[in-house]
Ligand binder design. Sequence first.
Ligand SMILES: [Zn+2]
Length: 275
Amino acid sequence: MRCRATILVAAIVSLSATAALADLRDDVAIAAAVDRHPVVRVHGDIELRAVPSSLTGRQLDDFATLAGNGVRDIVRFTAVQPPRQRIIIYLSPAIGISHTYPHFPASLRHEPRMFIDSERVAAGDAPYLHELVHAVVGNGGAMWLEEGFASWVASSVAGRYGGYYAPVLSNGNDRVDEQARMMIERSRGASESAKWFYDDDPRLGSQRDRRAFYILSHSFTKFLAASLGTHELVRIHRADDPRALGKISGRSIDEWHARWLASLGESRGRVATAR
Ligand SMILES: [Zn+2]
């Protein structure tokens, strides 16, 4: 997601305010270009707006159904009410990395808006469930929680109700812990994850950083969900407070971090290879 208060924070692109405002300008331009001659589909709580010829009518129909069902299933899974306004999804080949504004700052109604690469939709590989989680559940305080939660819910929903899980950078719930173990082992211990989880708004300076951040956040959030339950984790996310984990769970992030590492098989600063 990109929206944090009134300043936008790009989830997977650069995190400086200047860059984020430049990204907003790009998104306003993309939306305006699509809106000149949009192909529109509405299904449930979502409205697709696409560049003509970017997708066939059948592909648009199918994706509208997937996304509409996705909102319904995320609501079922999280027990969070859907946004009062329709979620607008822009599809264009001009969009690079998929991203979402829970409250688009450059429109009058500040409705949720998603921007998704139409080529990934055509390929059946768009991280639409991850982005819909941001649109439905909104801001979550710490960035690791927002991104980890979006991937964990997306994978859970696809597994339980259908649709598909397309990775942003982490694999599905059944394989993300393996990715996290390898990541931690390569970085020789827990300093990597501590770097991400103790900073509410970390700077992701490289593709390697982004990959590590998404994988470790997803695995950690999945562990929290298994320990606390979905209802409690949703409460923590909805508090939209970087300190909510400690306040609501009664345990510090240090303690959760140590428990998570232990669950992965971490010992003496390295994750054991034999499991
Ligand atoms: Zn995201």
